[in-house]
Design a protein around this ligand. Structure first.
Ligand code: ATP
Ligand code: MG
Length: 422
C-alpha cells in the first residue's frame, strides 16, 4: 500500500505542527491581526496580499545559507517541473511584489500584510509548522527615518494589544557592508580557533555564513559566543552615526529599549538596525516581533537599489499573551413556535441585525429544549413567538439572566432590545 493511501486512512487529524483555529483562539488571533492592520494604516501603510507560494528563488539565492532556506522550507516541484516554496516569511514576497508591480518608481512605499507562513520545524507551544504573521515593510526611506517609523508602528500595535509593558525592545546595529566585512573576518578568526567545540550546524555556518552562528540556540555555541568579538566594535563611522541617530530619536520619543550586542540577522542583505520585542513569558518562543533594515534585498531579487526596513510579528504567540475576555458576543435568540411564527421571525431577526444586534433563530423542538439551546448559545434574551403572540403582533421577551418575561409589540422590539443591551 502506498504511503499516500495509508495517511489518508489515518484518523481525521491535522498535519503535525498545524491546527484548526476556531472559537476563542481564532477570535484572539483575529483581534491581533486587526490591531496590526489599524496601527499600520495610521502610518499610511497599504495592505498587500501575496501568494502563499513563490518560485523557490525568491527565498533562496545563490551563496546564501540560512536556517530558513536550508532546513525549514516546504519546497516542492509542481506538475510543470517548477521548484516552488510555501512562503516561510513575508519580506521577500513583498519585495518581489514591489518589483513585479513596478512600484520601485514611486517611493516610498509602505505595506502591511497578514497571513499564514510555513516552516518545517519542531512543533511546540508558540512554534508551529503553519503559523500566522502580521508585518510591515517600508521601501525607499534610506535614513534612520524608516527604522524609527517601523519601530513606532510596532509600538502602536503592541500598545493597542495592551502588551507593551510585558515585552522589551532589544536592538543592535549590523552596520553597512564595510562593517559587515570587517566583522565577518574577526568572527571567522575567533571561531576557527574553537571550531572543534562548535555544534555541527555552526561548523557548517562558519564556512557558509559565519554571522549566523550568533543566532545559534545550541548551549555550547552560546558559551563560546560570550567571548566572541562584538558587531559594535566593527562598525564604520557612518554606520555608528546612523545607529546613534536611531537611539537618540528613540530616547526623544520616550521609547524604552535595550542595546543587545548579540542580536543579529544571518542574511547578507540585512544592515543597520535589527530589533526584536521579547517576552519572558513564552520560554524559548519569547520573540513576538522581529525586524530590521534590509537595504540589499530588492536588488538581490533583481530590482533596482531600493532600501527597505520592516518587521514581522507572530500572531499565534501574541494571542497566547493577550489578556482579556474573548468570548463570543451574546446573541438574542428568537423562538418561533410554529410555521407562521417562523416566517415572522426572519423579519424580526433582520430588524435586530440592522441595528447590529447579534440575532439567532432557534428552530424546532419544544420550548424547554429550545431554551436549553439558548443557554448553551450564551443568549441574554429569548424572544418567544407563539400563535397567540403572532395574532397580537407581539413577542414574549424573556431576559434569561433575570428570568423575567414580558410581552413587547413587534414594532417596539428593536428599540426594546437596544435599550436593555446598552
Ligand atoms: P525564532 O527564533 O523563535 O525561531 P525567528 O527568528 O525564526 O524566531 P522570524 O523569522 O524573525 O522568527 O519571524 C518573526 C516572528 O514570527 C517571530 O518573532 C515569531 O513571533 C514568529 N514565528 C516565527 N516562527 C514561528 C513558528 N514556527 N511558529 C509560530 N510563530 C513563529
Ligand atoms: Mg525560527
Amino acid at each position: 500500500m502506498s504511503s499516500a493511501l495509508k495517511s489518508s486512512e489515518s484518523k481525521a487529524q491535522p498535519v503535525r505542527g498545524t491546527r484548526d483555529l476556531l472559537g476563542e483562539e481564532k477570535r484572539r488571533q483575529s483581534y491581533v491581526t486587526a490591531q496590526a492592520q489599524q496601527a499600520s494604516a495610521l502610518f499610511g501603510c497599504e495592505e498587500i496580499e501575496t501568494p502563499l507560494f513563490e518560485e523557490t528563488g525568491v527565498f533562496y539565492r545563490l551563496g546564501e545559507s540560512s536556517d530558513i532556506v536550508t532546513k525549514e522550507t516546504y519546497t516542492f516541484e509542481d506538475r510543470g517541473g517548477s521548484s516552488l516554496t510555501l512562503r516561510p516569511e513575508g519580506t521577500a514576497p513583498v519585495a518581489r511584489a514591489l518589483i513585479s508591480n513596478g512600484l520601485t518608481q514611486t517611493l516610498p512605499a509602505k505595506f502591511f500584510y497578514a497571513g499564514p507562513m510555513f516552516r518545517y520545524e519542531r512543533p511546540q507551544k508558540g512554534r508551529y509548522r503553519q503559523f500566522t504573521q502580521v508585518g510591515v515593510e517600508i521601501f525607499g526611506l534610506n535614513s534612520y527615518h524608516g527604522d524609527i517609523e517601523t519601530i513606532q508602528i510596532a509600538e502602536n500595535f503592541l500598545e493597542r494589544l495592551g502588551l507593551r509593558a510585558q515585552v522589551s525592545l532589544e536592538l543592535n546595529s549590523l552596520g553597512d557592508a564595510a562593517s559587515r566585512e570587517a566583522y565577518r573576518e574577526k568572527l571567522v578568526t575567533y571561531f576557527t580557533r574553537y571550531q572543534n567545540d562548535l555544534s555541527e550546524d555552526s561548523r557548517h555556518r562558519l564556512k557558509q555564513n559565519p554571522l549566523r552562528i550568533l543566532d545559534s540556540k545550541d548551549e555550547g555555541d552560546r558559551k563560546l559566543l560570550k567571548d566572541a568579538p562584538l558587531y559594535g566594535d566593527s562598525l564604520t563611522v557612518e554606520a555608528r552615526s546612523f545607529f546613534d541617530q536611531v537611539l537618540k530619536t528613540l530616547e526623544n520619543l520616550g521609547i524604552q529599549y535595550r542595546h543587545n550586542p548579540y542580536l543579529v540577522r544571518g542574511l547578507d542583505y540585512y544592515c543597520h538596525t535589527a530589533f526584536e520585542y521579547v517576552s519572558t513569558d513564552l520560554g524559548a518562543q519569547g520573540t513576538v516581533l522581529a525586524g530590521g533594515r534590509y537595504d540589499g534585498l530588492v536588488k538581490n531579487l533583481g530590482g533596482p537599489e531600493v532600501s527597505g526596513v520592516g518587521w514581522a510579528a507572530g500572531v499565534d504567540r501574541l494571542a497566547l499573551l493577550l489578556k482579556g475576555d474573548f468570548t463570543a458576543p451574546r446573541p438574542v435568540v428568537i423562538l418561533p413556535m410554529g410555521d407562521a411564527a417562523e416566517a415572522k421571525s426572519f423579519e424580526i431577526a433582520n430588524l435586530l441585525r440592522a441595528q447590529n444586534t447579534v440575532t439567532e433563530i432557534l428552530y424546532g423542538g419544544n420550548i424547554g429544549k429550545r431554551l436549553k439551546k439558548a443557554t448553551k448559545a450564551n443568549a441574554h434574551t429569548a424572544l418567544i413567538i407563539g400563535d397567540d403572540d403572532l395574532a397580537q403582533n407581539q413577542a414574549q421577551v424573556r431576559i434569561l439572566d433575570r428570568g423575567t418575561e414580558e410581552a413587547v409589540a413587534f414594532d417596539k422590539l428593536a428599540a426594546y432590545i437596544k435599550d436593555i443591551t446598552s
